[in-house]
Structure formats: C-alpha cells, structure tokens
Write a protein of this length. Sequence first.
Length: 530
Amino acid sequence: MSETRDHPVAASGETALHELVVHLHPLDNVGIAKSLLQPGTTLAWESAESRLIHVPVREPIPPAHKIALREIPMGQTVLRYGQVIGIALQDIGPGEHVHTHNLGLGPSRQTPSYARESPPAISPAKKEARTFLGYRRADGRVGTRNYVVVMSTVNCSAHVCQQIARHFTLDRLSGYPNVDGVIALCVQGGCTAQSGGETHNILRRTLAGMAHHPNVGAYLLVGLGCETNQATALIQDFGLDAAPGGAPAMIVIQEAGGTGPAIEAGIAAVGQMLPYVNEVKRTPQPLAHLTLALQCGGSDGWSGVTANPIVGLVSNELVRYGGTTILAETPEIFGAEHLLAQRAVQPEVARRLDEQVRWWEAHTRRLGTKIDSNPSPGNKAGGLTTIYEKALGAVAKSGSAPLMAVIDYAESIPGNGLVFMNTPGFDPVSVTGQVAGGCNLVLFTTGRGSTFGFKPAPCIKVASNTALAQKMPGDIDLDAGRVLSGASLEQLAGELFELVIAVASGQSSKSEAQGIGEAEFNPWHLGDTL
C-alpha cells in the first residue's frame, strides 16, 4: 500500500483518505474509491514528505473507479500499482473521475527485457509434509477427480455423446462410489478444418490432453465416421491408453448403424469401464501433484487489489511445495508482460513470452481489430479503463515465483513451478487449454460475477468484493473483498490455500455443487476469439 499517511487531525468536512480510497503505491496519481464518492467530500492525508494534502471530490465516483489525487496535465502518464496504465487525454484536476472519457493508451509500452545476472528466487520449500487425497494413476500422475469422459471428435456426434453420459444418473452410479461421474465433452468443430492445419492440430492436442488427463479414469471417443478429425488417428498419433476392461475406446456412428445403436454401444462400453475406474481410491498424495489453472473473468477495479494478489500468494505457496501453477490469457497480460519476463529463469523463456505477445499483435491485425480492444464493457463498468490497467491486475495472480516456461495452447505442462500458457482471454477457451495441458484444479477470480465451472477439473471462484460475494453466494467460494474491511491478504490466502486442499481432496466447489462444467469445454478455434 501507499506510504502516504492520513491527516492526523482532519478538519470539519474532511475525511481521512484511507477511509474512502485505496492508494496502492506512493507514485500513483490516482486512488480507487471504496464506495460511491460524492461531491462535498474532502479527502485529507499527509504525504511522504510530511505535506498536508486536501482533495475535494469534484464529481460522483463509483466504487472501484479511479479518482485523481493530484493534477494530471494532458499527455502525462497515469500511474496505478506504480506502473503506467495510460495517458491523460485532457487536463485532469484533483478529485475528478479518471476513466474512459479522459484516460487512454500512450504511444509506447514497456518492452519485455531480461536484465538479471541471476534467476529470481522464492522462499524454500516447506519442511512439514502437506498432502491432499488424490487418485494416483498407474503412471504416477495424480487426479483430484475420477471421471469417465465421453468426447465427440466432431460436432456431428455431440448428441450421441450427451445421451451416453446422461444415461449414467446418480442412481445408476450409486454402486461406484469412487467414480465422480460420467460427463460429455463435445466440440463445435472437428471437420472442414485443414488436416494438419493449426486449428486442427489444436483440437487434436486438446482432445488427447483430456483423454490422458489425471482426473480422467477412462475415456470414450465418439465420431460420425467421415469427419476430418478421425478417432483412430487421434488414438494412434497420441498413444492414448486402451480402455479398461477390454471396452472399446471409440464408437463410430456410421459403423454402429446410426444414432440409436451408437448410443446403446456407448452405454455398454462405459458400463464395461466403470468397475475398473471404481477400483482407484483416494490416497494421501504430496501437494507437488497439484497443478492450478490461474484464471480471471468479469474483472473489476478491485480484482488486482484483492482477489488476484490473494491467488498470487496461493500460487507462491504451492510452488514452495513443489506444485505447478499455470497463468494464461495472453491478450490480458498485454502491457504487463515485462513484469513476467523479468522473472524468467532463462533469456529464452523471456523471448518466448515476447514472441507470443507479438504473435497476438499480428493475429489481431489480420482480424482487423487490436489486442488492446480489451477491457470489456463489464470491465469498464467495474472501474477498469485500459488493457494496461487490466493486465497489471491480472499478472498479480502469478505471485512472485520465477517463470519457468512458456508453452503453447493445450501443450503438456513441463516440470513444476510457474508456467505461462498462450491462450485467448475468453474464459472457457482459456481454461480448456489449461486443463488439457494437465491442470487438475482451477482458481478463478471475478469482480463483476461469474457462473463459471469446469469439468473434469473443479473450479474455485474468488470474489474481488464483498457485495458480489453476498449477491451470488451460490457461485462464490471465497470473499476476497474482506481485504477492504481490514483482513490481510495473507490471512485470506491462507484460507484459500486450505480450501484448495479440501476441494482437491473431494469437497465440492460451488460450481460443482450446481453441476456446472460440461458445457464450458471449448477448444480454441483460431479466428476472432480474443
């Protein structure tokens, strides 16, 4: 927080700054309103140079939005987190609202650099052993759930997949207590894309990653038969395991005799798998086997102050235990990637990150749009103005751990520690890639509200503000807004870390309790998805 100090004796009509405004860094020329600020209020505080400052609020400023704390001439940079979030489009006086009408992007941005003599460090691993109850697979991978997954290779087989999965109700699974469910993961594409092209390769890599996921005890591929994305080639090219119990690993509708026979064959195949999947039980496993997908959606002005830094502390803690965390959403780190690049363990990792950002700049130009078209209307309504501001808050989810690697969408995650995966910013598409890469649990922050969930990896949602947590209690697992009422980031990070272990061990997250997560499966189709 800022080094500014509240006025020791506020005059009549004045309010101490910290009561109404959060000032994040001594260099910042803006603060964030804790609640609606109305004209007639005067903010008072003592600067680091022991100078008394008085700022009258000049116009209504909504919660989580920015207020100017000093004169900001047109063309001058606006700072938040001690970093540039844009330039003033006009003269901005103290006490004025700083938002889309007077704040825009500057002509330049920070460029990723690698200028360290030694890699960054994080505190040593904990000495005490911590475990969660996980499903250990024969090859050593560990899952947090134990699903049977029915996947379509093409949209033409989606209905058959859904009917197979829906057959296995809770009553029909009652004899298999170690099986978390039978779910259908259906694709929208799977045909007409050029064989060997980038979109086709991404889809194949995603489906193979799901079939081989540690949270998947068995899989069944369902195809139509004439599609580009052939099930047989997928199994052979990616060396996917055979189905347990001698059950078929794929059903082809045209060969099965049509929709009805294919559904019957799929139900029989899954029924054959279930006794074998049920044999795997939860056992204590080191936290090093946890791999967290770090995500945010529907962010607001508080996301980078409360929820995202808390997730960053949880990320640090898991890395200390030898676990893995995956940051993603390349378009949403635009303008803050230099902070990640400075933590790269090798120059090549920093260069790889820069290449991903440059690819996105070229990709958006081809689409006739811009990477900095973010934030969304909801983000702006919640107080975020520029992509730089949004990105600085989003990067906070990564904590302070060294950046070990940068990988492609749905690529298998290498080693442990903090990794960056190149994905779009659209939540379902991004999480699909992270989970296909091996993430067995999702941490998802939101400021505007989200109903997101994902199967087969459970999703824990963290609200950036208490109003949201109270408004959507059935969807929010942790209220990070308590930071604004005096709770410490460390206290709430400790609570979230324990919740991660509990959910990894079988406790239902809020989204799981509502059955959310199958429809969110959404492999990246290259195009206008940002």
